[in-house]
Design a protein around this ligand. Sequence first.
Ligand code: 13P
Ligand code: SF4
Length: 342
Amino acid sequence: MNTTVLDKPRADLRPLDVTEIDPFIDLKAEIDRLRRQRNAVILAHYYQDAEIQDIADFVGDSLDLSRKAAATDADVIVFCGVRFMAETAKILSPQKTVILPDMAAGCSLEDSCPPDEFRRFREEHPDHVSLTYINCSAEVKALSDIIVTSSNAEYIVSQIPEDKPILFAPDRYLGAYLARKTGRDMTLWQGSCIVHEQFSERELVKLMGQHPGAPVLAHPECPGHILQHADHVGSTSSILNYVNGSDADTFIIATEPHIIHQMRKKAPDKTFIGAPGQDGACNCNNCPFMELNTMEKLYLCLANMAPQIEVPEEVRVKALRSVQRMLDMSPPARPARHEAVA
Ligand code: 13P
Ligand code: SF4
């Protein structure tokens, strides 16, 4: 079968599957052709495979990607990230078609926070303001007061009146980090990221001994026993900014290792070492959800115009309130540094 000639969306046809992709096609060229034909923008998170980051129109952290999804004038948003990110794009841009390469790309933080249980949590704390990490379902966003990401959470907490207690869900480590940093009274939902809680403190300390002076850069989804060794704690963008502004020549990176691709592109002569997992050598810090997205599935979702993200309108309108509050309360956007060059 020749899958290279697709002049109209396949939504009305039987969708192709991975086994039907012509093994001889140039996937990059085909993705590029379909992106133009569909007037689509490809947004990718830093935890995606290097090839996907390189073909994307824009690579960013969760906040950058939300802003981009809200501002784009493309007809189609192809979200190379996980489902909650694509849902956020749909919440902000309901008139656009939002597709992602694999609908099974979830998130352990989202899974830890079922909407019914979260509703009860809120009802048990009626005087609290509810700040919720963007890594949650659209239903949980709809039940929250304000959404935050790791790059704006501290800034947003600082705008909550001092006497107001805070409910923070679903990441207990990010919540504990924020409570320590801000000194605020925070009641935490007990969720966690299965990727960031895999880092081994013992192996990290060994690595620090082998590379004295190498800054340790950590994402706040890491547990406190890892964060206590960090020279810098921040979102994926903030970790990249730290590297770009540093004179060090070796760095230890305690977040999902696909981000190292951007570091190597900016500073090919420097050394970036992923912080080790429990046995010091495993791949357990690759996000298994992000890894579901492949170049083949990216091609197929553009060819098939599926799978598409749908958010029931009633949920979307409520979720938009908490997401919009986040955008209104965020620090001004930095210039986009990872815009792909055509
Ligand atoms: P940021 O890119 O916003 O730091 O988020 C990290 C993350 O875990 C996304 O799932
Ligand atoms: Fe979720 Fe963790 Fe994967 Fe991010 S890295 S998508 S928080 S499981």
